[in-house]
Design a protein around this ligand. Structure first.
Ligand code: SF4
Length: 323
């Protein structure tokens, strides 16, 4: 294997939340707004508000569309899906690159968004009894649904981000099996550009940073993930959910990407995002360069339809190290 370049990437990003309404009820969620299934879908993010958010982050090449979900077959679904398409178009017209993560999509929905999004994402999260217990009231988190989505994205040729939620009671064997499934999917379709290893952190009043003693076993998992996943699959760690004192250890173990960084993590607002300048300084002490990237990694840009490829190449020219 060729020696690893001493580069760690991140994506200057701005997050748009079309809605927090969600028909799932995951056991750990602090993002979701309760939904009244009889009422029309209200409170979708208005285009003018979305444009204001984009203006507030002029250096953010990535527009992360992170949405609560509407049940398949619900009369609300067309309105919700039209909002995802509209916000994707709005981002592209503003010279940004949308990256949608809005739960499971039908084949037609994913194909339509894939024509507007250079990359998309859906966490696998994990497998085994611990996840099943947390997702009893979250139909879209069933393992077969998630795996079906990852396969569908592969068939459609969409550069894809996925990942695992760690530390919810799963065993090491569960973690290993989940990584092996992701490796198999990537070997089949070649589309998994990054795997996020996301330590679970509680929200609200229970919020507390990950203690080094909890993080240390995850260093072994990072190293194992690096062995299991093909070399071109980037390994991502959210730096706000990880002890700063162990960030260099995580990078040495195999992390090569710090994900999309906005001014706030809307899923985990209790955990402040470190700024890219502070991260670059820390990485520099060990000879690592922190480099901005697009939501789609360079290897997958040739996969894109012509208009998206042109948009990605233009955005790459403008990438700002400061986001
Ligand atoms: S799918 Fe996402 S938004 Fe919906 S309940 Fe689960 S974690 Fe919360």
């Amino acid at each position: 294997m060729s020696p690893r370049a001493r580069v760690v990437t991140w994506s200057p990003s701005v997050t748009l939340v079309p809605t927090r309404s969600c028909f799932n009820r995951c056991g750990y969620c602090s993002f979701r707004d309760p939904i009244d299934p009889r009422a029309p879908l209200a409170g979708l993010l208005a285009p003018e508000l979305a444009l204001g958010l984009l203006d507030s982050r002029p250096g953010a090449a990535e527009v992360l569309l992170l949405s609560g979900e509407v049940a398949p077959g619900s009369p609300r679904r067309p309105t919700w899906f039209a909002a995802l398409l509209g916000l994707s178009r709005l981002a592209l017209h503003a010279g940004r690159l949308p990256h949608t993560n809005a739960g499971p999509l039908s084949d037609r929905e994913m194909a339509a968004l894939g024509r507007l999004n250079p990359s998309m994402g859906l966490m696998l999260e994990g497998l085994g009894p611990a996840y099943e217990a947390l997702h009893r009231q979250a139909p879209s988190k069933r393992l077969e649904v998630r795996l079906g989505q990852l396969e569908q994205a592969g068939r459609l040729g969409i550069p894809f981000t996925t990942g695992l939620l760690l530390g919810v009671g799963e065993t090491r064997a569960d973690q290993r099996e989940a990584l092996e499934l992701l490796a198999l999917l990537h070997r089949t379709w070649g589309h998994i550009q990054e795997v996020i290893l996301q330590p679970f952190r509680p929200g609200g009043e229970a919020a507390a940073p990950l203690a080094p003693a909890e993080a240390l076993p995850l260093l072994d998992l990072i190293a194992e993930a690096r062995q299991i996943l093909p070399a071109e699959v980037h390994l991502q760690l959210p730096p706000n959910l990880w002890p700063r004192d162990l960030l260099l250890d995580a990078i040495a173990a195999g992390i090569d990407d710090l994900g999309g960084l906005d001014t706030e993590d809307v899923i985990n607002p209790a955990y402040p995002q470190p700024g890219p300048a502070a991260l670059a300084e820390l990485l520099g002490t060990a000879g690592w360069e922190l480099r901005p990237r697009l939501c789609v990694h360079p290897r997958w840009i040739p996969w894109l339809p012509m208009t998206l490829r042109a948009a990605a190449e233009a955005a790459a020219q403008r990438l700002s190290p400061d986001g």
